[in-house]
Design a binder for this molecule. Structure first.
Ligand SMILES: [Zn+2]
Length: 333
């Protein structure tokens, strides 16, 4: 089973682009002087980081498990990036390459404060996986952290480092904020650390929030626009009913609607709303306007239609939040 970060300590703080894409480093190994001397499988690790960045370019930053299990080829050998266990060491590596965590949302309370606390595999401190992470700590060896947002869907972050071992609680401490800069130039990094950690933590928190919210909302709506049923992922958004800057704007499915780009923009601009009874209402002035097929089919004909709802009642839009949007719509109309 994958590890679950313990409830009191599921702080997952990760960065991706702080130091720029890894793929742009001319000689990536130079960024890891400490690790270089400690572990012989560093080239595989760096190749894994580059490959992951390429996958993110192609697929977006939430990657399917099948892709990560398949992995990539390195000198004729296949390198999978994760396996059935939370701590994963592919055959070609001497030490674990990745760790996987499942943040136990809601995320806000859990991603402040400490670094990620990561559970041992089982309760035996001398299990090879636990020993492997301890050696990775000693060698300052970079690892990949996978955050499982939904079953089969992972946000990748690298590099992370094991920086603490707490056998009394069967936990490792994982530094997810170090980034490449920390290794390339430890002294200048230390000076900026206080500021950057704060920035990075909030940037990562946002990133996990947004990705997890999108994943859950699109899944709940079976990947179709709640208004027009358009099904193309690339054209779909997870819209907030109440904006995330407001009190009620939590990143929960009941504050979301899967909407295509057009209907997301129309909803946010209050050209239309969804009443608490799940009926679409289009602004009067739009209904009175005639301006070609897009307006007619895209908006006017949606008026008075019921939206597509998630099957699970708990995922359906919260009527109080819809009321909030509806009142804003009425004020704007
Ligand atoms: Zn639509």
């Amino acid at each position: 089973m994958e590890h679950q970060a313990s409830p009191a300590s599921a702080e997952v703080r990760v960065i991706l682009h702080k130091s720029g894409p890894i793929t742009r480093l001319e000689e990536p190994a130079r960024a890891y002087p400490a690790a270089m001397t400690q572990v012989g499988d560093l080239p595989v690790r760096l190749a894994a980081f580059v490959w992951l960045n390429e996958q993110v370019e192609m697929h977006g930053d939430v990657l399917p498990r099948s892709l990560l299990e398949q992995g990539f080829q390195f000198e004729g050998q296949r390198v999978p990036l994760l396996g059935p266990q939370g701590i994963f060491k592919p055959r070609v590596c001497e030490l674990p390459l990745s760790i996987t965590t499942i943040p136990d949302g809601p995320y806000d309370d859990k991603m402040s404060g400490l670094d990620l606390r990561y559970s041992y595999r089982g309760t035996d401190a001398s299990h090879p996986d636990n020993v492997g992470l301890r050696q990775a700590m000693a060698g300052h060896v970079p690892l990949v952290l996978f955050v499982r947002l939904e079953p089969g869907r992972y946000l990748a972050h690298q590099p992370v480092f094991i920086v603490g071992d707490d056998p009394a609680h069967l936990m490792f401490d994982v530094d997810v904020d170090a980034g490449l800069g920390a290794l390339a130039d430890p002294e200048s990094f230390a000076a900026k650390e206080a500021i950057e950690r704060r920035y990075v933590t909030s940037a990562f928190r946002r990133r996990v929030h947004q990705r997890a919210f999108r994943e859950r909302v699109l899944l709940a709506y079976r990947e179709q626009c709640a208004v027009c049923r358009l099904r193309h992922q690339e054209l779909l958004d997870a819209a907030h009913i109440v904006a995330d800057s407001e009190d009620e704007g939590d990143p929960v499915v009941s504050n979301g609607l899967a909407l295509c780009k057009l209907h997301h923009a129309a909803f946010d601009s209050l050209f239309m709303t969804v009443r608490p009874d799940y009926t679409i209402e289009v602004r009067r002035s739009i209904l009175d306007e005639s301006d070609g097929p897009m307006l007619l089919y895209g908006l006017k004909q949606m008026h008075d239609q019921a939206i597509q709802l998630p099957r699970s009642v708990g995922d359906r839009p919260d009527p109080a939040r819809l009321q909030n949007h509806y009142e804003r719509f009425l004020r704007a109309s």
